[in-house]
Design a protein around this ligand. Structure first.
Ligand SMILES: Cc1ncc(COP(=O)(O)O)c(C=O)c1O
Length: 379
């Protein structure tokens, strides 16, 4: 059997490898504190589970429309109006198999050999690894604390202009939010050259202090990806959505029919209840904020360098220069010796990868306290 070059060369998702290692240690009887994985520490809210049971009882177990059930496309559209005062036609909303499914469809529609995707470094690693399936070139754009970890218009200028730029807002791994106007400037620069801006807003439900507005407001040509995994604690349901310009709907539909047939039916019916529980979501959000407000000063006190306050998602991207250890060695030793799992900077690119780690505060506060106590003793 000959494994393809792309399958041989794709980087592992280190955080998943680390999680698998941590789970093995747990099976051997060790107690591990999980500050590596970006998975909500909450169960899916009750009303969503109830809708799923109802859908099962009603026999909604068949393939749905490839672009998603119309009720959910309408619910997503209504949510843009209720939450942000933005009008988004349901025809532009496409339901996908997780936001990961949206990226597979978008990259298949927009990228190919000879085209270039640009992404932030540090940034979410799967963009790059999904794009490699299309044989496009991938450019990593270094972003740093001095500019709020934002991609700047001058980075996409010149002969190396990308065909597609993806940014996450709020960002993974830095938890930072683009300042008002920054994404408009990026869009202006890209669109003047016929390039496309995709904004990944999967963490838009988890925003604490900074002002946030959906990039749907910038232009009908900006593609916005989002999903139910994080804000609605639905990681295992594999459900996401995207808002696309009308001319992209048909190409995406053909791709979706072939690649996925349809998004998962029970998950779609369950998600109809997702936007109704605003209070439940606000409660979850305030618990995450409480965790961030504990973890940030505690990590700084331990000697981690966090120059920009994270305002969204559930991550803190922390410099470890002070400990004079490569980030891969740091996380391996933290797991083996302190029994705390964290993610090495290498998962998010190359720039500053050796000197940074990412902490997730998706887990319960008491576990974060215990994790920090363990790290303090170990350090
Ligand atoms: C920035 C970002 N985008 C997308 C995803 C994928 O989410 P989904 O579960 O919707 O596929 C993740 C998951 O961690 C993420 O951090």
């Amino acid at each position: 059997m000959n494994i393809s070059r792309r399958a041989s060369e794709i980087s592992p998702f280190y955080v998943m490898e680390l999680l698998e290692k941590a789970r093995l240690m747990e099976a051997e009887g060790h107690s591990i504190i999980h500050m590596e994985v970006g998975e909500p520490g909450f169960e899916t809210p009750g009303p969503i589970k109830q809708e799923a049971l109802k859908a099962l009882g009603d026999g909604k177990t068949f393939y749905t429309h490839s672009l998603g059930i119309s009720e959910l496309r309408e619910a997503v559209s209504r949510n843009y109006r209720d939450r942000y005062g933005l009008e988004v036609s349901p025809e532009r909303v496409i339901i996908t198999n997780g936001s990961s499914g949206a990226f597979i469809l978008l990259f298949a529609a927009l990228l190919e050999q000879g085209r270039t995707l640009a992404i932030a470094d540090p940034g979410y690693p799967c963009y790059r690894n999904i794009a490699l399936l299309t044989d496009c070139a991938v450019r990593l754009l270094p972003v740093s604390a001095g500019t709020n970890y934002e991609v700047l218009p001058e980075q996409i200028d010149g002969p190396l202009r990308p065909d597609v730029l993806v940014v996450a807002n709020p960002s993974n791994p830095t938890g930072t939010i683009y300042r008002p106007g920054s994404l408009n400037a990026l869009y202006e620069k890209l669109s003047s050259r016929g390039s496309t801006l995709i904004v990944d807003e999967i963490y838009s439900g988890l925003v604490y202090d900074a002002p946030f507005s959906s990039s749907v407001s910038i232009s009908g040509d900006v593609i916005v990806v989002n999903g139910f995994s994080k804000a609605f604690a639905m990681t295992g349901w594999r459900l996401g959505w995207m808002v696309v310009p009308p001319r992209l709907v048909r190409p995406i539909q053909k791709l979706a029919q072939n690649l996925f047939i349809a998004p998962p039916s029970i998950s779609q019916y369950a998600a109809l209840a997702a936007f109704d529980d605003a209070e439940g979501l606000a409660r979850m959000c305030s618990l995450y904020r409480e965790r961030r407000d504990f973890l940030l000063p505690r990590l700084r006190g331990l000697g981690f360098d966090v120059p920009v306050k994270p305002d969204g998602a559930f991550y803190i991207y922390a410099g470890i220069e002070r400990f004079a250890m490569d980030s891969m060695l740091f996380v391996e030793r933290a797991l083996a010796e302190a029994k705390v799992a964290i993610t090495p900077g290498y998962d998010f690119g190359r720039f500053g990868a050796a000197s940074h780690v990412r902490f997730s505060y998706a887990d319960r506060l008491e576990n974060l306290v215990e994790g920090c106590d363990r790290l303090e003793r170990w350090l």
